[in-house]
Structures are given as C-alpha cells and as structure tokens.
Design a protein around this ligand. Structure first.
Ligand code: NAD
Length: 239
C-alpha cells in the first residue's frame, strides 16, 4: 500500500527508550543541566570547559546505546512510502544506526565537530576526539579549537529550505516524540497542515501543539509506532 509523500519529524522522545534522556521529562533539565548552562552560544563563551565536557559525555554515550523499535519502524515506513523525508531534532545517531538513509539533522549531530576558525564540520569520533581536552581542527594552518556541531538555542537550525520544500510536497506529516516547545520545529506541523497534509502524532503525552494533529497516538513510541507502520503497510493511511 502506498502512503504518498511522507515527512517524519522526530524529537528526543523517540530516543528515550534507548536510554537517552529528553529535556522536558526532567523539569527542563537535560542530564542534570539547565539548557542555558550548556546549550547556548553564551554558555560556550562563558564556560567552554563545562559545555565541552557536557557534549563529550553525550558523544561518548553514543557508544553505549542502541536504536529501539521506533527507529526501526521508520526504516520500514520509508519502504512503504512513495517519497520519504526524515527530519530530526535529535543530535544522536540512532536513526542512521537503525538503517535510515539521509536523515536531516536540523539541530546538528554529536558525531561532528565544527572548526571555530573556518566553520568547517567534520566527523570526529576517534578515541582521541572523545577526551575532556578540547579538540583541534585539521583544516587551519595552525589548529583552531573545535566546538560541538550542534545548533544551540539562539542559533539558526540547519537545512530549513530543504525541510520546507519536503513539507510543501508531503501528503502525510508525522511527529514522533517531540514536546512542541522548540521552534521552528514546533511550527512545522502547522505548515504541513495548512498545505493540506494529514498530520499524525506519536508521543508519550499531549504536547503543547496537540490541536494541530488530525490523529493522536499516545504511548511510548517503541510500542506504538511499529504497530501503526504495520497497519499502514496493510491499509495505507485511510482510516
Ligand atoms: P523534548 O525533550 O522537549 O520533548 C520530548 C517529548 O517526547 C515529550 O513531549 C515527551 O512526552 C515525549 N516522550 C518521552 N518519552 C517518550 C517515548 N518513550 N515515546 C514517545 N514520546 C516520548 O524534546 P524535543 O521536542 O525534541 O526538543 C528538545 C531539544 O533537545 C531538541 O531540539 C534536541 O536537539 C535536544 N535533545 C536531543 C536529544 C537526542 O538527540 N536524543 C536528547 C535530549 C535533547
């Protein structure tokens, strides 16, 4: 059964069952830190050591977590969709490790570091890159310090043109595991709906923007999403 063009937006909730903590489930804390302490350019300017150690811990953590059934369900969903675009707010690599191709990381990726001199990003996951000492680039004549290749609060998300283009062409827009607090990601469902897409939510609880969804499935994504995808593979999205 063909679903047409599908765009999926995932948030921290899809990786929760893999053992990666979200923001909103911990009273606004991410791994015991307030976002202002570790996820803004001001934090990097004020205390780069703290920010670096925080992200190095998150980067090392990737080695000890694995994708869960929700990540794998999206690989299956891609197979039964005419066109498929996966957009993620997540900075982990669990979609790639489940087998998803071409995921658009609008908030950057933990696996990458960005040279502060040239702005060039590269994958740096060797043992030497994962220590608490700052990493240096390989692109400048005299090595520059590297920063996490993460879109912090107050910075511009990546690949927005590509994301808006895909949304403009989709017939189904699905959000999995996102609180609807972080913009512009939280607005994408509204845009998709105005363009005529059917909007579907899979989340543990009702998010801020629940009113924007035509279909709401509450529960852990790892339980809910595989069943939905199986259903769609048998019957399409016509209910
Ligand atoms: P969020 O933390 O604001 O919200 C997570 C949402 O997921 C909540 O609504 C919660 O109810 C839901 N949820 C929790 N467990 C779930 C489960 N098992 N199944 C389904 N839903 C579940 O996340 P957000 O909206 O993605 O925004 C947070 C920002 O923090 C993102 O921009 C992201 O860059 C960053 N972040 C990323 C990661 C990651 O890469 N894994 C983890 C934490 C934070």
């Amino acid at each position: 059964m063909n679903l047409g063009n599908v765009v999926v937006l995932t948030g921290a909730g899809i990786s929760a069952e893999s053992g990666l903590r979200t923001f909103r489930d911990n009273d606004g804390l991410w791994e015991e830190h307030r976002v202002e302490e570790v996820a803004t350019p001001y934090a990097w300017a004020r205390d780069p050591g703290l920010v670096w150690r925080f992200y190095q811990e998150r980067r090392r953590q990737l080695g000890s977590v694995v994708p869960n059934p929700a990540h794998y369900a999206l690989v299956d969903l891609a197979r039964i969709s005419e066109g498929f675009t996966l957009v993620t707010q997540n900075v982990d690599d669990l979609h790639e490790r489940a087998g998803s191709k071409g995921a658009i990381h609008m908030h950057g990726q933990l696996r990458m570091l960005r040279c502060e001199g040239s702005g060039i990003s590269e994958e740096r996951m060797g043992a030497d890159d994962l220590t608490d000492g700052f990493a240096e680039c390989r692109c400048c004549e005299v090595g520059s310090r590297m920063r996490p290749d993460i879109v912090w609060f107050y910075e511009q998300p990546m690949h927005m043109e590509e994301i808006y283009r895909a949304i403009g062409e989709c017939s189904v827009f699905i959000v999995v595991g996102s609180s609807g607090h972080v913009y512009p990601a939280a607005d994408l469902v509204t845009i998709a709906r105005r363009r005529g897409a059917r909007t579907v939510l899979v989340n543990l609880e009702e998010p801020m923007n629940v009113g924007e969804f035509d279909e709401v499935h509450l529960g852990p994504a790892g339980d809910v999403l595989p069943g939905l995808v199986l259903d769609w593979s048998r019957h399409g999205d016509q209910k």
